[in-house]
Ligand binder design. Structure first.
Ligand code: FAD
Length: 412
């Protein structure tokens, strides 16, 4: 979706399903599934890993419809740490994901995110900034005068303060990263099976945790597996229901608008306006969006042009006077896999089913978290626990414990 993409395409056909057995079956081959498979093959090259994907064109996958941006400006330490590893991974991705000496172009650029606050939001932004600095995120605090000096194109009169992560935050070519990860995972031995998982065969009864013994596919075939991973993105909830688990992950449509403006905005970062919208450069144009007023589940995956309403347009032109002359060029829509429990990732095994792991619920920040999440889930499977970054605070068990993770900076 991002411009300038030089995605390395994987031309090998996916396998068609047939009854067989694997050690790990990952359902969904979006960025999360691909990352988990890549890390699994890296940790244990002898493992039999299958990715089961119902649409190998990924036409609706969020990983192909993302704004693919990465930040360290979170309010929860675990989200800061996930993205710090994500950034390091993105920097090394061309080497790490090269196949046959062909290094993928990930297109990472790092002008930063610029969070803006008026007087009423200033204390909270300052507190978050202190926390981010404490966790090693090189975020700058800019008072109003400094903002005006740094970004001459920005209207600052109603602002109090901003925080900027130039050099440590930015955006990348998400579809290219997704394809490169999938290709690298397959080149290391993971199998991509084209098929839709519609159910599970389970062992166990009563109150004891049950165990998945096989996946059932829509064409009637079955796949015996030692461990299953639900990495089905915005469609993870019906899949969880098939295993008897109530997952609060809902498909929520987000429209991204592509617009042009005759004026160049020097060093423009990804701007988060206090009134709730965001924008950033995309090649010679800009992209932006806002939280929709109508946020029902499963809306058709078409951009809702009505969201570019008077309020959004006025807000953009207020913040950047040059946007008075903006022109809408295009738009696309994708689903956030929105975790309505607490808007953060839900990871690992659910207490009700021993060998069904989850990697879902990213609520708009899953692209940047995929490298660290893939590594973490692979560690759980191969090594029996987190070995690098401890992700247990994001355990899906918190749904039954009623323990919410607080994250103030969920974008739309
Ligand atoms: C508009 C938009 C902007 C975003 N911006 C950002 C951003 O700036 N930064 C960021 O970090 N994140 C962003 N995100 C979020 C990020 O894109 C997602 O969190 C991430 O792509 C989720 O990856 P995934 O692999 O879980 O899901 P997906 O990429 O959706 O992959 C899931 C796959 O599972 C398959 N599947 C589903 N059910 C089954 C089944 N039963 N059997 C077989 N296959 C199945 C689907 O076909 C799909 O290919 C954005 C998302 C959207 C929509």
């Amino acid at each position: 979706m991002t411009s300038g993409s030089k995605a390395v395409q994987d031309d090998r056909p996916a396998h068609t399903p047939c009854d067989h057995s694997v050690d790990v079956a990952i359902i969904g081959a979006g960025i999360q599934g691909a990352s988990i498979a890549w890390w699994l093959m890296r940790l244990d090259p002898g493992l039999r890993v299958a990715l089961i994907e119902r649409d190998t064109s990924f036409a609706q996958a969020s990983s192909q419809r993302s704004a693919s941006s990465i930040r360290q400006q979170f309010s929860n330490p675990i989200n800061i740490q996930l993205s710090q590893f994500g950034l390091q991974f993105l920097r090394e991705a061309p080497g790490l994901l090269a196949v046959d000496d062909e290094a993928p172009a990930i297109g990472l650029t790092d002008p930063g995110y610029l969070y803006l606050a008026r007087s009423e939001g200033a204390d909270s932004l300052r507190a978050q900034h202190a926390l981010q600095r404490h966790h090693g995120a090189p975020i700058e605090l800019l008072e109003r005068d400094a903002l005006a000096q740094r970004f001459a194109w920005l209207r600052t009169g109603d602002l109090s303060v901003g925080t900027l992560g130039a050099g440590a935050e930015g955006w990348f070519d998400g579809p290219a990263l997704h394809q490169a990860m999938l290709r690298a995972a397959r080149s290391q031995g993971a199998t991509l099976i084209r098929g839709e998982v519609v159910g599970f065969e389970m062992a166990g009864a009563g109150d004891a945790p049950r165990k998945i013994t096989a996946l059932r596919l829509a064409d009637g075939t079955r796949l015996v597996c030692g461990t299953a991973v639900n990495a089905a993105g915005a469609w993870a909830r019906p899949l969880a229901a098939a295993a008897g688990i109530d997952l609060p992950v809902h498909a929520r449509r987000r429209t991204v608008f592509v617009f042009s403006c005759p004026t160049t905005l020097a060093d423009c970062p990804l701007v988060i306006d206090p009134s709730g919208f965001w924008f950033r450069p995309e090649g010679r144009q800009f992209i932006g969006g806002r939280t929709p007023d109508d946020d029902a589940d499963d809306l058709p995956l078409e951009p809702n042009l009505a969201e570019f309403d008077e309020a959004f347009w006025t807000g953009l032109a207020h913040r950047v006077p040059a946007f008075e002359a903006l022109r809408i060029e295009n738009a696309w829509a994708g689903y956030y896999e929105m975790n309505l429990f607490d808007h953060n990732a839900l990871l690992g095994a659910h207490p009700a089913v021993d060998n069904l792991l989850f990697a879902t619920g990213f609520s708009g920040h899953g692209m940047q978290q995929a490298p660290a999440v893939g590594r973490g889930i692979a560690e759980l499977i191969v090594q029996g626990g987190y070995r690098s970054l401890d992700l247990s605070v994001l355990s899906i068990e918190r749904l039954v414990q009623g323990r919410r993770i607080l994250e103030a900076n969920v974008i739309g």
